[in-house]
Design a protein around this ligand. Structure first.
Ligand SMILES: [Zn+2]
Length: 199
């Protein structure tokens, strides 16, 4: 998929595993080594033997609709401030992916939604993320700008600012939603895709 700019913006923003320097248990400097029984390098603490595993992070988001119009937000924070997205963000501890998507929609677009279906999973291995997008129904048309949002709006397909979307996964989610909206809902199968940088 084209439009790598969003990916590059994220690359400069997400702390990469190599930036880990100190043990989260005791504060000693960690070192990279392959633990016994493992097959790849981990951050191992030489003082307390704690192994600090680093795994991909999950982003959850929702494409929400009211009477055929889609809920979009213009980002007020970096990366990609000023560009458009659907409400989405990092999953929190103690919540389901669905609860996270509902929460992000409330936080970013001040909208109450209920989840209708999983649209699909979009992997971004280059930055160690998996984005899960859901189709959602707005329970009422009310929406607004959350703390991290410059403006929120309901847009028809023709009004979607395709050239000003924040990330490749946002375009993907909207395109998959269009397929979902045209499908027999009971026969819907979630999709999967992965984004890779062009260089
Ligand atoms: Zn330690």
């Amino acid at each position: 998929m084209a439009a790598p700019n969003g990916g590059r913006a994220l690359l400069s923003w997400i702390p990469m595993p190599g930036s880990i320097r100190f043990c989260t248990h005791c504060g000693a400097a960690v070192r990279l080594e392959i633990p016994a029984g493992d097959n790849r390098e981990r951050h191992v603490c030489p003082t307390c033997a704690h192994i600090q595993y680093v795994n991909p992070r999950i982003v959850v988001g929702a494409v929400s609709a009211w009477e055929g119009r889609l809920l979009l937000c213009r980002r007020g924070i970096e990366p990609r401030s000023g560009f458009w997205t659907v409400p989405a963000g990092f999953m929190e501890l103690g919540e389901s992916a669905e609860e996270g998507a509902v929460r992000e929609t409330l936080e970013e677009a001040c909208a109450q939604v209920e989840i209708a279906a999983l649209l699909g999973a979009y992997s971004v291995p280059r930055i160690d993320q998996v984005h899960l997008f859901y189709a959602a129904r707005m329970l009422e048309p009310a929406h607004g700008s959350g703390a991290e949002t410059l403006e929120a709006r309901l847009a028809t397909w023709d009004e979607v600012p395709w050239e000003e979307l924040a990330f490749p996964s946002v375009r993907w989610a909207l395109e998959i939603y269009r397929e979902y909206a045209a499908s027999r809902r009971e026969a819907w199968q979630p999709r999967a895709a992965a984004w890779a940088p062009e260089c």
